[in-house]
Design a protein around this ligand. Structure first.
Ligand SMILES: [Zn+2]
Length: 411
């Protein structure tokens, strides 16, 4: 068992993107609208509006348990957020798929009218099993998982059924997640499982999705024109190019709406595994290329250059709750001036004493609710007395930093 703790993108090891962005070798940017062309299974109308109708990449914050912590739907919309990534497994535990379905699905339940992607939860379960193998086991057709005295069975079929019950716009398949340091035979078995589960997920999706003919064997020949949900495949294979190709080819043939890079995208030192990420992006057809869990700003820059156009990560919200507020470097006079080479941003640790009498906003080029209305001194005060408003205002600012970064790609 590898001892490397699985935790998607973090700030433990910052490193700088080395190359200039969008100025070289990026054929994806030539026709940005085409970047979000959907695969055979298409997109929901909401996803069509929020992805296809916008040029350029998108960042979706994580709302794992049905909430982006500390902010509500109106805050998110005001920040320019277009979608949220929630977690099917966690929502299965609380409040339960049938509870969500009974109150009208996730959009009605959360008041969020933007895109909702539901991740299967496989990544989290495999992460927990890696830390403590006694918590469960992986069987050919399912994962058995025990936590807090409760046993959960995660199968491809159940995974899709729950995501359909939630009414998510984009469903993610259940995949077998590995770490890049796992040996070849482990990666190969994981790819076999991911392909087999991918097919089961697609069959379950086709059987249950509105707008699709039940049980049609000609699913690839007759894609639905207006599906209620899109469905993404996840490409595994660790650092093995041959396995990534094998996995990608099998999943592409199944006709998914888009594709995600599966597995752990950082090496032992926390550096982006650029070679395999770039290789996998090339294997994906034109359309949504989802760099799952990647969220350091410089890593997003590197991945956009490779062709990825959808990102999610806990960084902006988690860091906000730890009083770290992200800003573009002060030499930039406006959002349009932001140069994405090298070190283009930093953060203010708002509890530092230097902000005690600082009447300036967090960032003078930020148009968020926080920067338009409050000073660093007030935010420092709120954080120092532990008021919940500090977390909300910090989260709003950090999310706007990320949506401004996305807008910068488009400008
Ligand atoms: Zn701001």
């Amino acid at each position: 068992m590898n001892s490397v703790k699985i935790q998607r993108d973090g700030f433990a090891d910052l490193f700088s993107a080395e190359s200039s962005l969008l100025t070289q070798n990026n054929s994806q940017s030539a026709s940005p609208r085409a970047e979000f062309h959907a695969g055979a299974c298409g997109f929901s109308a909401r996803a069509e509006r929020s992805l296809v109708d916008f040029a350029g990449p998108a960042f979706f914050p994580d709302g794992t348990r049905g909430v982006v912590r500390c902010v509500d739907a109106a805050d998110l919309a005001a920040c320019g957020v277009r979608g949220i990534v929630m977690n099917a497994y966690h929502l299965m535990s609380k409040p339960g798929a049938q509870v969500i379905k009974s109150v009208g699905g996730l959009h009605a339940f959360t008041g969020w009218d933007g895109v909702i992607v539901t991740d299967s939860g496989g990544f989290q379960v495999f992460s927990l099993l890696r830390e403590n193998a006694s918590m469960g086991e992986v069987r050919p057709n399912e994962i058995i998982f025990r936590r807090d005295g409760k046993k959960t069975i995660l199968s491809p079929e159940k995974c899709i059924q729950s995501q359909l019950a939630y009414g998510a716009d984009i469903l993610m398949t259940l995949d077998h997640c590995t770490h890049p340091t796992d040996p070849y035979d482990v990666q190969a078995r994981a790819v076999d499982t991911t392909i087999r589960w991918g097919r089961k997920c697609m069959d379950e999706y086709l059987k249950n999705s509105r707008g699709l003919r039940h049980g049609t064997p000609a699913r690839r020949a007759k894609p639905p024109l207006t599906p209620e949900h899109g469905i993404f495949g996840i490409i595994q294979g660790g650092n093995e190019k041959k396995l990534r190709r094998e996995c990608a080819e099998a999943l592409i043939e199944m006709g998914f709406s888009g594709f995600g890079f599966g597995g752990w995208p950082l090496d032992e030192k926390g550096r982006l595994t650029e070679e395999i990420l770039a290789h996998t992006a090339e294997l994906m057809p034109t359309g949504v290329k989802y760099a799952m869990g990647i969220g350091k700003p410089e890593n997003i820059v590197a991945c956009v250059k490779m062709g990825y156009n959808l990102f999610d990560c806990v960084i902006p919200t988690r860091e906000a709750r730890h009083n770290r507020l992200y800003v573009f470097n002060e030499e930039f006079e406006s959002a349009r001036d932001i140069e994405l080479d090298g070190n283009f941003y930093k953060y203010h640790y708002i509890l530092d004493d230097e902000y005690r009498r600082d009447s300036r906003p967090i960032s003078r080029i930020c148009d968020c609710h926080t920067c338009q209305n409050y000073s660093r001194a007030y935010l420092r005060h709120l954080a120092s007395i532990g008021d919940g408003l500090a977390n909300r205002l910090a989260t709003i600012h950090n999310l706007r930093f990320y949506t401004m970064l996305m807008e910068r790609f488009r400008s």
